[in-house]
Design a protein around this ligand. Sequence first.
Ligand code: ZN
Length: 267
Amino acid sequence: MVARHDQTTDPVLLEGLLQARRGTAFFARKLNELTDADLDGDSLLPGWTRRHVTAHIGYNARAIARLIEWAATGVETPMYASTSVRDHEINFGATLPPIALRHLFDHSAVHLNVEWRDLPAEAWHHKVKTAQGRIVPAEETVWMRTREVWVHAVDLDNGASFRDIPEPVLERLLKDITSAWHTRGTDTGLLIKVTDQPDALTFGDTNAETPTLITGPLTAITQWATGRGTHGVRATSTTATAGTAADAATPASDADLPEVPPAPKWI
Ligand code: ZN
């Protein structure tokens, strides 16, 4: 049966689907602003042209659609056969004629959207496996796609910035990244504080006695955390004070502001 509307009625999931669809529309807009010749230009990602980014987003939609088919049928269909198959596919996609590359993006996005829309409500809880090997409910695919389309729209490097990304998406992205650092223990000595949100957001090594304090607005901190530059972010050395808890750490004199360190690797 082909449905006209989402089968799920879960409000949280529907809100997530809306962010994914908005992000896809945003990526489409930035892509459509580029001429065919522009596609040959560099993206913000080292070694990748805009062609690579577009191919990656197209194949990502197909890969996520495979997870939705898995959730719907119970037949295991992984995102990618292997990392090298994934990389090869992107490199191949980047060589497609511009019209084919644009079709790849459009068709794969429509296909994924149909798969999501028609997935029966209860199948959203079925477990699937991400490319990193995590076992997640099919619901998680919505977030996986959301962060791809928003962040890679910025990577197209034709005017989009992290300021275009909705705050709930930025906040969840920052939580994802900092928890990945935490799991790997790569955030030692880094305390991250978002300065422009109503609820204080603090991440990183909250037990460090004299952490390097990284502060800035949510957009700048998230951009830094994804490894996309230090603009708008400030680093401050702290000195231990009585109690020495990270919360009590006080900035050293302004004169010796350290350079903002690169964020730990994320993916
Ligand atoms: Zn990606």
